[in-house]
Design a protein around this ligand. Sequence first.
Ligand code: FMN
Ligand code: SF4
Length: 428
Amino acid sequence: MNGHRVFFTFDITEDCHTLDAYKKRGGYEALAKVLKDGLQPADVQAEVAASGLRGRGGAGFPTATKWSFLAKNSPVYYLVCNADEGEPGTFKDRWIFEHTPHNLIEGMVLASYAINSRHSFIYIRGEFDLSYKRLMTALKEAYAAGLVGKNIMGSDFSCDIIVQQGGGAYVCGEESSLLSSIEGKKGYPKNKPPFPAVKGLFQAPTCVNNVETLSVLPWILRNGGAKYAEYGTEKNKGTRLFGISGHVKRPGMYEREVGYPYKKMIYEDCGGILGDKALKAVIPGGNSTPILKPEQIENLTMDIEAVAAQGSMLGSGGVIVIAEGTCIPTLLQVMTRFYAHESCGQCTPCREGTTWMNQIVTRIAKGQGKAGDIENLERIAKGIMGNTVCALGAAAAMPVQSYLKQFRHEFEYFIEHGRSMCDGRLEI
Ligand SMILES: Cc1cc2nc3c(=O)[nH]c(=O)nc-3n(C[C@H](O)[C@H](O)[C@H](O)COP(=O)(O)O)c2cc1C
Ligand code: SF4
């Protein structure tokens, strides 16, 4: 276990993103197998079900089950790739675009075939300049080679891939607002039901999948779902891309089987903590996931259920490592500012709550905190949880709740003394 790779099967070279390079490493063999050997859409779905693949966008929902929810007998279906990647600390989708965009294109065609989508969309964050360029070049290559478009690989199956650049709003990663944005409307999340699987893009049944989720499909179809299911843990199959940032000596992108130990990743793969400091905390799966203390990651593995048992989430797989000496109230100020800025303003608890939380934490971080600030923050965060249209509200409240729970003494010290226990430091 832990030696297998799905993405990191090639050297990073100047041309690893091209069609030639992708084909040399087995690219488009899965598509050929499906379209030329006459596999039916149901066969593709069955293979993905056998793989046990769970979505990589954050919630970890089983991919084949999600496809099975699509309303039956619709004349039109849409597949939409969520490439908004707005969660701070997460950069795995960008890595795929920059190094192996054909993985995504082949995965999109396979998924489109499985759900019968003839027009599939990639919604990509507007700021991703290199990713966009690499994607468009790869798409051009794929169209020219008959791998996308009309009668793909000479088969009866035709599917276009349409790329839409987003404006760079975190809320547009939420699936219903993403779909509204593609339709040319404001990126406002919608109440569910109806879910996109019933009424999605242009009112048609729609499946929204993350970049990594779709990019892993060529491997599954080429090697078989059962082979993929041999990797990982009992409930969490395969490998995942983990983007490690923060106070480690070798930050970057790592692919490991699900179930890999956090400590091994931090101390062996990433070379340990900057300046050989002690570990203070770990944010295990992107900015919004509750912060964990070193004793909680002592024996913790990178696995959805294991991290949930510690009260946090594996989320998007973006791990942020925090060294001793970092000021937690100052860190929380950065976090709350982000959510206050990104709230779409539709629901009062989120719109007002994110702003209040940011104002209070900013006041504390300026040395002007008052008695009752901590209790007020707790009250506001609690008021947001479960009372909003989309999960951005919870994403904003969870860091506040967990930082106060885990590092309450630092907030109390800041308020009492008007200064940080750690000189307000974020950098090491
Ligand atoms: C505020 C917010 C932002 C989100 N941002 C992203 C994102 O950038 N990328 C992503 O794939 N999913 C994001 N999601 C989750 C998506 O709504 C959706 O669950 C996901 O794209 C499903 O893909 P999967 O089944 O392949 O995991 C976000 C959700 C919320 C509430
Ligand atoms: S929770 Fe926040 S971001 Fe989501 S719909 Fe409500 S106001 Fe908008």
